[in-house]
Design a protein around this ligand. Structure first.
Ligand code: GDP
Ligand code: MG
Length: 229
């Protein structure tokens, strides 16, 4: 649940990048970090092993001050993908306000994606995120590789499920801003219902999205934040 600090006029929102090992979660955060102004951006904290697999998690903080004077902090986390780290995943998911599920588009990874999605749904229920109406968006990453699921299949997945679906080539930065800002848009809607982010806390939707987009050098009005449909 977004943390509201009335005394310091501050709101902290937590977004989590979830998915199987090696799907590109850390890469998404690296690309966001790379697009931010080096003079103003926060540190990207990565705690990983030598095999370039996340052991604990990554953390990237973003922040902006709204015209209403409220400071809005958005913290991006990744979870470790390997099956054995479910306890860590549960802890990282606690109190989160939105999730980007990063799937690997390769056909050979379908089972790993499905297993990771099943654990997300399970952890989702246990952490009461489902009951809270916390949004999920999906990125199908690694669209550059051969033997990936087709564009038509992604469209079918998008039309069947409730979650917006974004194609991505994360290591080239493609789809990274759309996924992040699509998640931000869905999270704003959910936080408006839960705590009145715009109405009560003075962070209206356009300002929220434009402020975050600006940090990535992206113009939200030019981006498709709804994904494939
Ligand atoms: N071919 C390809 N490789 C990618 C893409 N995105 C990330 N990778 C690579 O996939 C590997 C795992 O990425 P990483 O972000 O560490 O995965 P994580 O375990 O989900 O955090 C790295 O070698 C990345 O460079 C992509 O879009 N296409
Ligand atoms: Mg990682």
């Amino acid at each position: 649940m977004a943390q509201v600090d009335f005394q310091h006029r501050e709101i902290a929102i937590k977004l989590v990048y979830y998915g199987p090992a090696m799907s590109g979660k850390t890469t998404n955060l690296q690309q966001i970090h790379a697009r931010m102004d080096p003079r103003r951006r926060g540190r990207l904290l990565t705690l990983d092993t030598k095999e370039d697999r996340t052991l604990y998690f990554d953390l990237l903080p973003l922040a902006f001050k709204s015209a209403s004077g409220v400071t809005c902090k958005v913290k991006l986390f990744t979870v470790p993908g390997q099956v054995i780290h479910n306890t860590t995943r549960k802890v990282v998911l606690q109190g989160c306000d939105g999730v980007a599920f990063i799937a690997d588009s390769q056909i050979a990874e379908t089972k790993n994606n499905n297993e990771a999605f099943a654990t997300l749904k399970q952890n989702w229920k246990e952490n009461r995120l489902e009951a809270e109406g916390i949004p999920i968006v999906i990125q199908f990453n690694k669209r550059d590789l051969p033997r990936v699921r087709s564009d038509d299949e992604l469209k079918r997945i998008a039309s069947r499920g409730q979650e917006p679906v974004f194609p991505g080539i994360a290591f080239k930065g493609e789809g990274v801003a759309e996924t992040f800002l699509g998640l931000a848009a869905a999270t704003w809607e959910s936080l408006e219902k839960r705590i009145g982010l715009g109405n009560k806390h003075g962070i209206p939707r356009p300002e929220f999205l434009q402020s975050l987009g600006k940090q990535l050098g992206a113009d939200v009005d030019q981006l498709n934040l709804k994904g494939l449909a």
